[in-house]
Design a binder for this molecule. Structure first.
Ligand code: ADE
Length: 228
């Protein structure tokens, strides 16, 4: 899976890309991430990429020309065309089924917005998929792009070990339950004990207990998942 990330803040990405699962996937050739500075496509000595809005109003707008040129040039950097995605609070809200749908794309070009947004013609000309990671406003689309990448690379075969990927499967395919509580040593922490059943060695009973706890957790914390 290849990502081309178009941003005005490329320095935000190396730290994130060096985290373990992603770094290993990149080293193993399962994932490619190319970060491009949109400002490199802005003309003039000052590489101006934003301007004040026609009609007045606060903030600055990212200009159509450098952004569209950047997307077109980046598209041409690989033979396979990429699905263009803009991270924006106006987009379709991301959830696990949507992650699974997006994961069929072998290449995605992620456009990170900043300031008050893009000139509307960026959207009209490129017709990107608009994706929001939730109903709140971030300072820009960079963190949202990282969220997208993070959720998508988990879908690439070989990125996760078998155990983890089968857990993901069971969460997303219809079985929308939260996880059961987990414990490790010590058995007693300041009087808080590990539930006896988990020490019993009775796998059938443990399985039943975990299912019940999953359901209880979901009912207490996210009953909306059960309503769905
Ligand atoms: N940019 C700013 N806020 C955002 C959000 N909630 N989702 C995606 N991109 C954003």
């Amino acid at each position: 899976m290849r990502f081309d990330i178009l941003t005005l803040f490329p320095e935000m990405f190396p730290g994130y890309m060096s985290q373990s699962i992603l770094n290993k996937s990149i080293e193993r050739g399962l994932v490619e991430i190319h970060v491009h500075n949109m400002r490199d496509w802005a003309e003039g000595r000052h590489h101006k990429i934003d301007d004040t809005p026609f009609g007045g109003g606060p903030g600055m707008i990212l200009m159509v020309e450098p952004v569209v040129n950047c997307v077109r040039d980046v598209q041409a950097m690989a033979s396979q065309p990429g699905t263009v995605i803009v991270t924006t609070p106006q987009g379709q809200r991301l959830n696990q089924p949507m992650v699974e749908e997006l994961a069929v794309n072998q290449r995605m070009i992620l456009l990170c917005g900043r300031y008050e947004g893009f000139d509307q013609r960026v959207i009209d000309v490129l017709r990107p998929l608009e994706v929001s990671i939730g109903d709140y406003i971030l300072n820009g689309g960079e963190v949202a792009s990282m969220v997208l990448v993070d959720s998508l690379v988990r879908m690439v075969p070989g990125v996760l070990g078998d155990e983890q990927s089968s857990w993901d499967d069971s969460f997303s395919r219809g079985n929308r339950l939260l996880e059961y509580p987990q414990y490790t040593r010590p058995r007693d922490f300041e009087g808080h004990q590990v539930p006896e059943i988990l020490l019993s060695g009775n796998h059938g009973e443990i399985e039943r207990w975990r299912k019940a706890k999953s359901l209880e957790n979901t009912r207490d914390k996210r009953s909306d998942l059960l309503d769905e």
